[in-house]
Design a binder for this molecule. Sequence first.
Ligand code: HAM
Length: 420
Amino acid sequence: MIIKPRGTTDILPKDTPIWQKTEQTAREVAALYGYGEIRFPTFEQTELFARGVGDTTDVVQKEMYTFLDKDGRSMTLRPEGTACVVRSVIENGLLGEAMPLKLYYFTSCFRYEKPAAGRYREFYQFGTELFGAETPASDAQVISLADTLLKRLKIKADLQINSIGCKSCRPKYREALISYFKQYENELCDTCKGRLNTNPMRILDCKSPICGQIAKNAPKVTEYLCEDCRTHMDKLKSLLDDTGISYEVDFGIVRGLDYYTKTVFEFIAPIDRDAKTGEVKSLTICAGGRYDGLVEEIGGPRSPGIGFAAGIDRLIAAIKMSGEEISAQNGPRVYIAPLGEAAAAYAQKVVYELRQKGVYAECDIVGRSLKSQMKYADKIGAEYTVIIGDNEIETGRAVLKNMKTSEQCEIELNKIDTII
Ligand code: HAM
């Protein structure tokens, strides 16, 4: 038997209603904030991610699905959406239009990660990107969009924010981190040993307990922020306070992608409970930050940007953890059960006309007996049933039965929609 690749999911009809509801809510919230939808290709030139996401990141070094196309060009299945949106807005000249430019997207992403609860190799994101504003007010608005989405989905999440500085202050912080972690080089995990000279900030969010312990006493970014980054962060905090959005400042939030500058943030929520131990597992369900140098890095004009992406798989896991029930599609309003060949053809016509009028109707297409048709109608949750035989075809009238109350009444077949 052929089975799905490891780390991928089939989303079955019993689950699609919760996906649709989540996506619909995200669309509504994006519209409330004036965002327009953008769609982009599933694969891009590998160089886009190498330059955009960063050569030294785990995503680029270890996790990309990269292949040569038939012309020998290196292509990569998108591991995230931001670099793709930036490429598209530059290529399509959108940065010359009314600013700020506000875009949202739904996208599948591909990362060769070790599969676990809430961690897949193909996963889905709802993302937003805002270009052309570098004020703390734009950061606050983007965070408030994510906060509104989570509230509407009834997900209780903790917001953590941090500043990782900018081009001018980050090099000094980087130096300080390198010289601090050098003292513990032998104790660091193998991944962090590799990160020491390439991406020392990433050691701060390593999940290994030893690295975590060492990171606790590492220099704090706040001591190295330049005046501009410091005031930016202070203003953002006061705007969030004024709006009533609660948050914690966490110096360990450094993000796994290289393009970030200044503000970074993550919303963390419970997504799983271990069946044996009952232990609750929390993960980042939504994350983002400012990327003021990315547009230039990818070949566009200088244009600040900020955005976030929420993992839809994780949002849904969090909704399920909160006990929220989202029901599956309702059954048909009416099931037409034909008796005999002529009636079967007639039932097709009645059902077609009802559907034209916007009524969800079904009839037999399997050739079942009347008894098993009735069983089936009950099973799929039909609200009403109508049995059609030769007599009903002749008179154009039939008996309509309410499946819940068992009440019956005679109706004209071409007027079913006015009665139900
Ligand atoms: P990211 O933190 O790599 O950021 O991913 C954003 C979200 O996608 C995560 O918070 C998580 O919910 C979900 N996610 C990531 N990896 C996986 C996985 N393997 N399985 C399931 N869900 C996952 C970005 O992708 C940035 N592009 C976000 C952004 C937009 N920053 C600015 N604008």
